[in-house]
Every structure is written in structure tokens, then in C-alpha cells.
Design a protein around this ligand. Sequence first.
Ligand SMILES: NC(=O)c1ccc[n+]([C@@H]2O[C@H](COP(=O)([O-])OP(=O)(O)OC[C@H]3O[C@@H](n4cnc5c(N)ncnc54)[C@H](O)[C@@H]3O)[C@@H](O)[C@H]2O)c1
Length: 315
Amino acid sequence: MNILVTGGCGYIGSVLIPKLLKDGHTITSIDTKWFGDFLPKHKKLKNIKSDISNIENLNIKKVDCCIHLASIANDPMAELDKNLSWETSALNTHKLMEFLKKKRTKRIIYASSGSVYGVSKKKNVTENTPLKPISLYNKVKMVTERVVLSYEKSIEVFIIRPATVCGYSPRMRLDVTVNTLTFSALSRKQIKVFGGKQVRPNIHIDDMCDIFRFFLRINKKYAGIYNAGFENLSILDIAKHVKKTIPSKINIYKDKSDPRSYRLDSSKIIQAGFKPKKRIFDAINELHEKYLNGILKQKLNFHSLKWLKKILKKY
Ligand SMILES: NC(=O)c1ccc[n+]([C@@H]2O[C@H](COP(=O)([O-])OP(=O)(O)OC[C@H]3O[C@@H](n4cnc5c(N)ncnc54)[C@H](O)[C@@H]3O)[C@@H](O)[C@H]2O)c1
């Protein structure tokens, strides 16, 4: 299959693309490469440095399916430049969809976010739960979903609302919960927990990538919106999990600046036939091993917010 991956050099893309190449697909990746480029050289990979707003001018031939990952990818980064957040994600997605329509692309798989539900005390936040996005990032994600869905008549639309992803990627993100707490335990022997009671769903990066591969193959009658998160845990419980594997001290700070709290119910994707294989525990162990082997290191561009702030000064 000819697959266009937007945001292919990011945290998820850097694990996903090697898997897709191994599956035998031909890949075109478009990425601004804000955080670097960690993709392997491969005869079936065309790795383009570009903003998706420029997609019409790139030499891209056939696209059977698009996996759309390009976005400003968390709450504090989205706040850095509100206009850029809307443009990068929502408006550019409109351009992307027009391009895909012209190319007669059959399917798009869009990585939205489970955070579109905002704060919810419900035990089971299913895909039918009304969206109450509270941050700019959540709002942009919700509107971008609507942009993608408005093309449903001409393209098969699969929208994933992933939990927070965890685990190792060559383009590491040290700003996502499990990774942050694990890295802090490894490098400082202490874990800072702000608040701690907020419940967040989690998904291992291998399961995240396998969901894209699963949706590439599935019958079109399954098109629709899917939650994807298989472990709902409070931040404090995640910290305790980390402490079990990596001896460290947990320090709790009173903080209400990030109240997002919700549990995802992912029964729909499981009923469609997807089986998750990994848990938070695996992510912590794998990160631990990579750290001991010297593969996982502290790098400035692994801290997305600080790094993007630096880059935006040059924009
Ligand atoms: N990682 C998570 O925990 C998580 C959870 C839920 C949803 N998501 C979503 O998954 C997607 C991928 O996330 P990630 O963790 O890999 O983030 P990431 O920041 O590592 O990757 C995003 C990539 O998109 C690129 N990019 C941004 N705007 C672009 C544009 N206009 N044109 C071309 N490239 C552009 C960036 O350079 C970056 O490499 C995002 O849409 C994010 O919102 C991620």
C-alpha cells in the first residue's frame, strides 16, 4: 500500500514508520522536522521536510491511505502560539483533506486525542460521551476531527482518540506522563507529582502503532471514532508503579494547573478485534533497560515544550 504519514518524524511516527516498512508498505513522510529526524534510510521511504500546508507543491503520486499525525501535540505547546496551533492542526488538515480527495485516497486514519473529553468523573467515557474540551489543544483536536469527518462521503474516515502514549521511541518524548515520571526516577531518583489524583488513560507506543496497522487492514464498515487507552490510572498510582521498578522517592506538590481527568472506555476497538499486547509496566521496564544501556539519554529536543519555544523564536 502507498501510505502518506504526516508528522512521521515525531514520537509515534518514528516507531510506526519502521513497522510499516517491515510490513512491506511504501511510505511518504511529511514533517517540518521540528524535533529532528530519527527515521531510517530505506528504499521504500520518501522522507520530505515540509509543512503540510505546502502539500499541493510536493511531488507525491499515489496515496492509498493517509495516517495523519502532524499537530502541535500537547496542551502547553498549543498555548505558545494560538494562531499557529489552529493553522498547524485544523486549517492545514483542511488542505490535506482537499489534497487527499483529489488523489482519490481511500482511507484516512487521524490521531485525535482522548483529551477531547476534558474533565469527566464518568466511569466509562465511551465514544458517545459529549465532548467538553477544556484546553486550546483539546479544542483544536475536536475541531480537526470535524474537518476530517466532513469528508466522510469521499474518504473512509477512522478517528482514534488515543490515551497518553508511553514507551521508548528514537524521537523520545519526555513530556508525557509515564515517560516523564520514569525518566525522573532514573536520572534523579525522585518523582515529582503535581496534584496526583487526576486519572489518565494510558497506551503503550507499540499498541498505538499496532492500532494504525489494524485500521489499515480492517473492513470499511468499521469506519468511525475509536477510543484507544487500556489502563486508567491516577498520576500518583503511575508514580507508585515506577517506584516499584526504579527505587526512588515520590514528592507530592499541591497543584491545580492541570485538572484534566478522565477514564477512557475502549470496548469498541476491542469489539472490532484489536487486542492490546503491552502495559505501562512494559514501558517502564523498557525505558529502564534503554537507560542502563545508554540508549535513552537526556536531550533538549526530547522536551517538546522547551524545544518548540526555542524554534518558534526563529519562525
Ligand atoms: N503522544 C501522545 O501521548 C499522544 C496522545 C494522544 C494523541 N496524540 C496525537 O498523535 C499525533 C502524534 O503525536 P506525537 O506524540 O508523535 O507528537 P510529536 O510532537 O512527537 O510529533 C508531531 C510531529 O508533527 C510535526 N508537525 C507538526 N506540525 C506540522 C505541520 N503543519 N506539517 C508537518 N509536520 C508537522 C512535528 O515536527 C512532529 O515531528 C499528534 O497529532 C498528537 O496530538 C499523541
